[in-house]
Design a protein around this ligand. Sequence first.
Ligand code: AP5
Ligand code: MG
Length: 240
Amino acid sequence: MDAPAVSVDARAKRATGPIVLLGAPGAGKGTQAKLIAAHFGIPQISTGDLLRDHVRRNTPLGQQAQAIMGRGELVPDQLVCGMVEQRLAEKDCEQGFILDGFPRTVAQAQWLDGRLQAGLLRGKPAEKVPLLVIDIAIDYALLVQRLTARRTCPQCGAIYNLQSNPPHKAGVCDLDGANLITRKDDQEAVIVERLKTYERETLPLTNYYQQRGALRRIDGAGTVEQIAQAVRDLLERRGS
Ligand code: AP5
Ligand code: MG
């Protein structure tokens, strides 16, 4: 009798450590973070999704964040770091986690470094693996096109694209049948502001992490599967 096959997922579910996905709005951070999370069995922590959830629930944080997000600016570091700290304290982050959209300023990156050094993951398997930062690099011309064609599921967070990844039935999530929505900040005028904010506040992080030897760059212009394969290769090489 053949030995039972070890599934890729079972092998992948080891301590991956902390992973950061960097990239401009629309680079594909959310799309790739979901695939990595499913493949390696670690949680995706999207600060954009967490903030949108606060807005939906009309919490005090959501009330502060709503107008700022609507303008394509960044929510203050202190508020976002507090929100991330709470999420990282949860048990499912022990083997590792993938941060999507955080850090987004040098101050946030310094905060994360400080928390990791101070033993945010003390005694947990993920602590032994150094931070890996993956920058999804992409030409700006593609971004507006991608973002204006994006639709998302308000219930499960699935990400679609009217051109590259449409749902089977127009306007309806394949996974749970909910009506898809267009994000409020996916209007062209706000996208332009988000790109300016990215250049000013977040782009400097590539130098920050390059100087620390943590940065790996991936071409974001390929298909979703090509990029996912490149990301898996990076993570599997690191873990071997
Ligand atoms: P956030 O939600 O993080 O938005 P973002 O960074 O602007 O990035 P997006 O979610 O728009 O793009 P993505 O890279 O995830 O691309 P996706 O995979 O969806 O933040 C929103 C706001 O919250 C911010 O503006 C700010 O106000 C606030 N905020 C969040 N984090 C913060 C922080 N740390 N500090 C302060 N404020 C913060 O893909 C885009 C589209 O392209 C989809 O339709 C997808 O299907 C398609 N696509 C993806 N990959 C491919 C591919 N390879 N080929 C073709 N199509 C593709
Ligand atoms: Mg996203």
